[in-house]
Design a protein around this ligand. Structure first.
Ligand code: HEC
Length: 134
């Protein structure tokens, strides 16, 4: 669990930093920036972002959701970047139900619109994988 939160804190630090972007990484709505932001998700959603059991999670955590466009993907619920952003900011699905607090909303909420739009665009380009699939 410490590992999971550690990763998140790391990634949030990177996303939120005030330092000027390095020449090799300019924040913007680009797939490259989206892939960078997605580093904050792989600790739980897996290297392929297809979700599944979170090895470092507490026993009562639900499996992480499949963020690829494959079978069992949750992304069908988020037809627009705005819908996706609202969930990340509020912790609520479009139908009003609450996503498990295992999702670190306290830090995810800090992502700006550019981060979220780039991330959303990047997730759309992922190879479709079944939930938990590699
Ligand atoms: C600390 C672990 C953790 C991290 C880090 C994390 N997630 Fe999750 N996420 C989860 C878990 C667990 C679920 C399943 C929640 C549930 O079933 O209620 C989930 C569910 C989701 C869902 C599905 C919401 C729904 O409609 O049910 C989306 C989308 C999502 N995460 C996106 C992300 C993105 C994007 C990132 C990175 C910016 C991220 N998550 C980082 C643990 C995490």
């Amino acid at each position: 669990m410490r590992y999971g939160y550690g990763l998140v804190r790391d990634a949030a630090d990177k996303i939120d930093h005030d330092a000027p972007p390095s020449p090799s990484h300019q924040a913007g709505i680009s797939l490259r920036h989206g892939a960078y932001v997605a580093n904050a998700c792989i600790g739980c959603h897996g290297a392929q972002l297809s979700g599944g059991k979170i090895a470092s999670g507490a026993p009562d955590w639900p499996p992480a959701a499949n963020l690829t466009p494959g079978e069992g993907s949750v992304m069908a619920r988020y037809p627009t970047a705005a819908a996706f952003r609202d969930m990340l900011r509020t912790g609520l699905r479009p139908d009003g139900s609450r996503v498990s607090p295992a999702m670190p909303f306290a830090s995810l909420r800090e992502m700006n619109d550019v981060d979220i739009e780039a991330l959303y665009a990047y997730l759309k380009t992922l190879k479709p994988r079944a939930a938990g699939g590699h």
